[in-house]
Design a protein around this ligand. Structure first.
Ligand code: CUA
Length: 417
């Protein structure tokens, strides 16, 4: 009796494979996701993808050739009858000189095909190409458990130092950006899948990478090296802006914190004119995640604009007081206001960010309320809760906030555009 080539039980699974692959292609769920390395948006990521595809093609050829020879041998020499099963194996040889030389040469050829573009790319991705070096913009990214600090050495603020932001890296589009990579604690890794990565941020080692976004847009970044409890939600965003809008953004960020306290209402509550040139998106509400996800770049632009009509100056003023009383100032800087701490992200313009908790939550009043109320729920192990709200040694609660106090803090922080 002839045996089936493939065991009967396996056949339906194999038949379903092309259908599953087709379904994945049709739904397109794996090629243009937020962190897809196939949907590249800049020269560095493009070089990395091209190199990846070279490797895929070479290994595909190996797979097909080896698979075909294996299949041929399995079919041609398989035991067909009961007598075959009991037969002695055929005489065993000691190889074939030509076949061996051929296989070694083919392997060397495959390695060369992969190695040449690999070496080329190692140099290309390591440093901004000479012709563009003069045009490169420099930024320093520092990893903390579990968030990112971004410093702009080119933007020095009088008496303060470089401009500092957290978790949202704003860069000029169409221009190479050289990112210095630092860490204050453990090893992290800087990765923006559609633009560039990954390079580790290693203690006592000055690593760097460069990236470039071809077009203005909103890109997703992620720490790519295990760094503790909340590693998987140590995220960040990259927002690439045209040259003019990037200059406007910098001008606004260099301003001290916006004030909506009643005493200064007339002087400082005027909307800042610098963002008037941003496209208006009347429908781009930030309350619904579906809308935000549909066009995060529009949502980001919308977030830059102060909303004096929707603000409660008295509540914001109370929030500003609470920010001192509850010792938030010890860990967060709010330049021009009271905060001076550097253990946590700079919050001078936190109201203008699209995310909080290092890219974990959308920056809406509701989400900010949830975050302040129970940070450990969203980012287990974070220092705001463990060491801020509670004493990690004894578990004793140090800071207690009631609902009204949280609302006031949210009103204050959201006003910081
Ligand atoms: Cu930082 Cu993983």
């Amino acid at each position: 009796m002839r045996r089936p080539l493939i065991p009967r039980k396996l056949a339906p699974c194999l038949r379903a494979l092309p259908a599953l692959a087709g379904l994945a292609l049709l739904t397109g769920c794996w090629l243009d996701g937020r962190q897809s390395t196939f949907d590249v948006k800049g020269p560095v990521a493009r070089a990395q993808l091209d190199l990846f595809m070279v490797t895929v093609y070479v290994t595909a050829v190996i797979f097909v050739v080896v698979g075909a020879v294996l299949a041929y041998a399995m079919i041609k020499f398989r035991a067909r009858t009961a007598a075959d099963e009991r037969a002695e194996p055929p005489p065993q040889g000691h190889g074939n000189f030509l076949v061996e030389i051929g296989l070694v040469s083919a392997s060397v050829l495959c390695l060369v095909i992969i190695a040449v573009p690999t070496l080329k790319n190692i140099w290309f991705t390591y440093e901004v190409p000479d012709v563009q070096r003069a045009n490169a913009y420099e930024i320093t990214a520092t990893g903390y458990q579990w968030w990112f600090k971004f410093e702009y050495p080119a933007e020095q603020i009088d008496g303060v130092g470089p401009l500092v932001t957290g978790n949202e890296l704003v860069i000029p589009a169409g221009r190479p950006v050289r990112v210095n990579l630092r860490t204050v604690d453990v090893i992290h890794s800087f990765w923006v899948p559609k633009l560039a990565g990954k390079v580790d941020m290693i203690p006592n080692r000055a690593n760097h990478l460069w990236l470039q976004a071809d077009q203005p847009g909103y890109y997703y970044g992620q720490c790519a090296e295990f760094c503790g409890d909340s590693h998987a939600i140590m995220r960040f965003r990259v927002i690439a802006l045209g040259e003019k809008e990037f200059a406007l953004w910098r001008a606004n960020q260099e301003q001290p914190a916006r004030s909506v306290a009643p005493a200064t209402a007339d002087a400082e509550r005027k909307p800042r004119a610098v963002f008037a040139s941003f496209t208006t998106h009347p429908g781009a509400a930030l309350s619904g995640s579906a809308e935000f996800d549909a066009d995060p770049f529009a949502a980001w632009q919308e977030k830059q604009r102060p909303d004096p009509a929707g603000e409660n100056p008295a509540l914001a003023a109370q929030g500003r007081r609470l920010f001192q009383e509850k010792t938030c100032i010890a860990c967060h800087t709010i330049r021009g206001h009271e905060g001076v701490g550097v253990a946590g992200p700079d919050l001078t313009h936190v109201g203008a960010r699209t995310t909080i908790a290092a890219g974990t939550l959308e920056n809406t009043p509701q989400r900010m309320h949830d975050w302040i109320a129970d940070p450990n729920h969203f980012k287990p192990g974070n220092k705001m809760f463990n060491g801020g709200y509670t004493d990690p040694a004894t578990g004793r609660r140090l800071i207690v906030l009631n609902e009204t106090e949280i609302d006031a803090l949210v009103a204050y922080l959201q006003s910081l555009k």
